[in-house]
Design a protein around this ligand. Structure first.
Ligand code: CP
Length: 310
């Protein structure tokens, strides 16, 4: 089976069948990783370039490791030291990378829609590694993979996402992906953190953290973007923690076996207390490990699709 699109731009437009194909392939990749297989031939002769206009640790590095473990060539364009600083446009940068033979471009950009703009103008596959407040599909895929691995399936799973939903590309991608696979999503945050008309997405919306945590199988805390605190949209970090942060007391009230997730990087003592980050309920490091497997699967599936076209 092949992916429908040459690109991975978001989960809103991705068919459930493609999400399932990626999850199945990621499970195979994870088995290989568990066997410590770090020099495989899947991407031999393929070239992957990453282009990050925003900071990243997990996403950028896991794409690099994924490409290298599968035998591909990986190059990162350090945007801050590139000709972007001389005024080169996104399109010219993308076309330059393509002219050098890149099969896949992985891009993170501060503007929502930037990966789509590029994908429509180059023949290389484009993977959205996070665009503005729009989507972060590879993060959601690794989150969904982690939930599926732990619970065996997604149908009926109760997932609470808590934090600044309005500015979160992670929340959006998870909402679209989880809903397609039958999970029941609850979104929780103060009113200033909720996008208008979000109820129409089918998610349950609440401003009450106790209500949101009750009965949840998974609680995903979102990173508070400190730049938003200055914009007056959120109270101080301490106030945020008092109302919406998850500490040991809150964890004790959660359902037995609850999974605590966070896309990272965590602001310890803000979204989650340190004790919760390091607790047995936390699967934050597992998410990171699964991120490599999911990105291996994506690179493999996209290059396989491209080879099939030629
Ligand atoms: N979750 C995530 O996107 O982390 P990075 O910003 O470190 O890539």
């Amino acid at each position: 089976m092949l992916l429908k699109s040459k690109d991975v731009l978001g989960l809103y437009d991705m068919p459930a069948q493609d999400i399932n194909l990626i999850l199945e392939s990621a499970a195979t990749m994870k088995q290989l990783l568990l066997q410590n297989a770090k020099k495989m031939p899947h991407l031999q002769g393929k070239s992957i370039v990453s282009l990050f206009y925003e900071n990243s640790t997990r996403t950028r590095l896991s794409f690099e490791l994924a490409a290298k473990y599968l035998g591909g060539t990986f190059s990162n364009l350090g945007v801050s030291s590139s000709s972007v600083n001389k005024g080169e446009t996104l399109l010219d940068t993308g076309r330059t990378i393509e002219a050098m033979g890149a099969d896949i471009v992985v891009i993170r950009h501060q503007l929502s829609g930037a990966p789509k703009f590029l994908a429509e103008r180059v023949s290389a596959g484009v993977i959205n590694a996070g665009d503005g407040t729009h989507e972060h599909p590879t993060q959601a895929l690794l989150d969904i993979f982690t939930m599926k691995e732990r619970f065996g399936g997604l149908a009926g799973l109760k997932v609470t996402i808590i934090g600044d939903i309005s500015h979160s590309r992670v929340a959006r991608s998870n909402l679209w992906g989880l809903s397609k696979l039958g999970a029941e999503v609850t979104l929780c945050g103060m009113e200033t953190m909720m996008p208008p008309a979000i109820e129409k997405s089918g998610a349950r919306v609440t401003h009450d953290p106790e209500e949101a945590l009750k009965g949840a199988d998974v609680v995903m805390a979102l990173r508070i973007q400190k730049e938003r605190l200055e914009g007056g949209l959120l109270p101080s970090a301490r106030e945020y923690h008092n109302f919406f942060g998850i500490n040991e007391n809150a964890l004790m009230k959660c359902k037995k076996g609850v999974l605590i997730m966070h896309p990272g990087p965590v602001n310890r003592g803000v979204e989650l207390s340190s004790a919760v980050v390091d607790s047995k309920s936390s699967v934050i490091n597992e998410q990171v490990t699964n991120g490599v497997a999911v990105r291996m699967a994506l690179l493999y599936l996209l290059t396989r699709r491209k080879s099939n076209e030629n």
